[in-house]
Design a protein around this ligand. Structure first.
Ligand SMILES: N[C@@H](CCC(=O)N[C@@H](CS)C(=O)NCC(=O)O)C(=O)O
Length: 319
């Protein structure tokens, strides 16, 4: 027997209301339904610490699935900072909605405890990435945009690349600013939008920024600012490498598959081939964390299969 229309309408309205409440747990939105990323803690970056060159003096705390942490990990790897900064990977705890340490770190079992211990406002979220100073027993910085600048200034072995040189600084800053809002946060503003109009705004801005990057690379390259790889490339890469696995299928960033942006596609493969980059990518963990943890977007919790990351960055698209 068909269900009466009024029962269906009531069920839909009730479910939608509950969905909005669940979405509030993912993050706040404004009155028009646009996702607004909450402010974090430890966002201002001090000058380079005097102990920066000390062996093992600092710890970079990252989560595998987080694109903001990924950019920091990429800079850390490419600048070969392993001797002075240890890497510590935290695991997600979707039930508790927080990051936890596999073994106690500074007597803390969760990142939240470390934030509280370091004096963070109790209302603030505990986010990755974090740079922690063992000597000073404090969080140096917890904002990835500042953290990658600091890591670029960090004393590094001879031959390590400068990812924001005098030559590229102006262009790199412009790209980074553009990507931060339109792309890095933009995919979240698509996925966490509360209304069609909010999604449409974020999605339009996202694909406009990608089209700009595509044209710039087609006109120049091999990197966004020309001959030199910069922080801007890494910032964009951390989002685009998750495209087919997460952002297209789960966040609705699906207007154009990335292979249709052929120059960006080739750029992504080029960046993936740099030393240490493939090791920083764990497609299985990304799918598990995003599809498994973002309940309001994917209530079944079923983790879809593939595509295989290694094959994605090898395939040559047809022009
Ligand atoms: N603006 C921050 C954002 C970092 C961020 O949102 N990280 C997420 C993971 S992708 C997180 O740790 N979230 C935990 C939470 O919100 O409780 C940065 O770039 O460092």
């Amino acid at each position: 027997m068909a269900m009466p229309a009024c029962v269906v309408a009531t069920a839909r309205a009730t479910w939608h209301w509950q969905w909005l409440r669940l979405m509030a747990g993912l993050g706040p939105a404004d009155a028009a339904g646009n996702y607004r990323r909450p402010a974090g803690a430890f966002t201002t970056c001090p000058p380079l610490p005097a102990t920066a060159g000390e062996q093992g003096g600092h710890v970079l705390i990252v989560g595998r699935s987080c694109p903001w942490a990924h950019r920091a990990r990429l800079v850390w790897g490419l600048r070969q900072l392993q001797d002075t900064i240890a890497l510590l990977v935290v695991e997600p705890d979707p039930q508790a909605g927080r990051w936890r340490f596999e073994a106690p770190f500074q007597d803390c079992s969760t990142l939240l405890e470390l934030y509280r211990l370091a004096g963070a406002d109790p209302r603030q979220r505990a986010t990755v990435p974090v740079l922690f100073s063992r000597g000073e027993q404090r969080i140096v910085v917890g904002e990835s945009a500042r953290l990658i600048e600091l890591l670029n200034d960090w004393p590094a072995p001879a031959g390590a690349p400068n990812l924001q040189s005098q030559t590229t600084k102006v262009a790199c800053d412009q790209w980074r600013q553009r990507f931060q809002g339109a792309v890095n946060d933009g995919v979240y503003r698509c996925g966490f939008a509360r209304t069609q109009a909010a999604y449409d705004r974020a999605e339009t801005e996202l694909f406009a920024a990608l089209a700009e990057a595509e044209s710039a690379l087609a006109a120049g390259g091999p990197w966004l600012c020309g001959e030199e790889l910069t922080l801007a490339d890494l910032q964009l890469f951390a989002t685009l490498i998750r495209w087919e696995l997460v952002y297209a299928p789960l966040f609705g960033c699906s207007r154009q598959p990335l292979w249709q942006l052929a120059t960006l596609w080739a750029w992504r493969a080029r960046l993936f081939a740099l030393p240490g980059v493939a090791e920083s990518c764990d497609g299985e963990a990304w799918r598990r964390d995003y599809f498994g943890a973002l309940f309001p977007l994917h209530p079944s919790g079923i983790v879809p299969a593939g595509p295989d990351l290694a094959r994605l960055v090898q395939a040559i698209p047809l022009r």
